[in-house]
Design a protein around this ligand. Structure first.
Ligand code: GFB
Length: 316
């Protein structure tokens, strides 16, 4: 058991959807939360990261900072997805080792597994086959992050762990249609179609791919749980078991939003990997299970979208 009480905990990437959810979750832990926005610290700058870490000396680091995006952003910006993520991981992990951080949790993604891995995908599927081409740059960076944690554990005895979440969504998500993931993109498209009286909404690809979705508050809770109980080189899966086709996801969102129109499918856009369901046997064995259903999580996210972004987005 690792105790967070009385510790200085750096949430690296605290302005992102995942980092901000971890900050919210840490409010019920007796720890001091450290943050450093990109305006004060460029995580791609190794010297700056070293200086910041020496000045602030965190005990624990949640590594939630990353360059992230949906299927088209991954395809169109391979250099950014590979370079930025490699640099961020290398600088923070090396800096953490140098200043004697007690424990670090790196967040990755289920896209680290091979495109045609057996489903559900166990942790042992890592590096057993070719990656899905649309996200191989991000996946390679995240695999390198996992390997950095394992290498620093093996060579220097650092208690650095990794968690691989499935597709995430929730409050604070990115609703920009060119760079977002599917769930916020479809929520915005369906909402705007309802407001504007449009009879159809366009879905990229065939609608057939299967995806598993986890609400970000569940992920944050799992991260705090793993910080306390997990200490192993194996990058542990964090999933919900809530798997739907993209078509079924669109229908569920339409139901929550109250949209009565139809969907068309743009086959010129990529489907990506056909299925990405995580095997969460290892996580369950640590005593953690998710609490947010897909419908209630989508409803909560839609309320957040209406309160924060909807009016602005429709004007753009
Ligand atoms: O969420 P998404 O962009 O990422 O797309 P991945 C999931 C599926 O939804 C794909 C389809 O089959 C998309 O073609 N889709 C349908 C849409 N309509 C839309 C839309 O309007 N916007 C988007 N974005 N998708 C990402 C990786 O893969 O998953 C990342 O690229 C990361 O590296 C992330 O691993 C979790 O699930 O395909």
């Amino acid at each position: 058991m690792y105790g967070l009480a009385g510790k200085k905990v750096w949430v690296c990437g605290h302005r992102g959807m995942v980092g901000s959810a971890i900050v919210r979750r840490l409010a019920t832990e007796d720890c001091a939360v450290l943050t450093a926005g990109s305006d004060v610290l460029d995580l791609r700058d190794g010297a700056a990261v070293q200086t910041w870490m020496r000045a602030n000396r965190p005990d624990f680091v949640f590594m939630a900072a990353a360059k992230v995006g949906g299927i088209l952003a991954n395809r169109d910006f391979p250099a950014d997805f590979l370079y930025d993520n490699l640099m961020i991981e290398a600088n923070v992990i090396k800096g953490a080792a140098d200043v004697g951080v007690e424990k670090l949790l790196l967040l990755g993604s289920s896209c680290i597994y091979p495109k045609h891995a057996t489903q559900p995908m166990p942790e042992s599927a890592l590096l057993t086959g070719p990656l899905e081409p649309t996200n191989e740059w991000y996946a390679i960076a995240k695999i390198a992050g996992v390997k950095l944690c394992q290498a620093f554990r093996a060579q220097h005895g650092c208690d650095f762990i990794s968690a691989m979440p499935t597709n995430l969504y929730g409050e604070g998500d990115n609703f920009d249609l060119t760079s977002s993931h599917v769930l916020p993109a479809l929520m915005r498209k369906v909402h705007e179609a309802k407001v504007n009286g449009q009879p159809t909404v366009e879905i990229w690809g065939t609608g057939a791919p299967l995806r598993e979705f986890l609400h970000v508050d569940d992920l944050a809770d799992a991260c705090v749980h793993l910080a306390k109980v997990y200490s192993d080189p194996v990058a542990i899966n964090v999933g919900s078991g809530q798997e739907v086709s993209i078509r079924a996801l669109a229908e569920l969102i339409a139901d929550v939003v109250g949209y009565k129109g139809t969907f068309t499918f743009d086959a010129s856009k990529p489907d990506g990997t056909p299925r990405k369901l995580l095997d969460t046997t290892l996580l369950a064995s640590t005593g953690w299970t998710p609490a947010v259903t897909l419908r209630s999580g989508i409803a909560a996210t839609y309320r957040w979208y209406l309160d924060n972004l909807a009016a602005k987005a429709v004007r753009q």
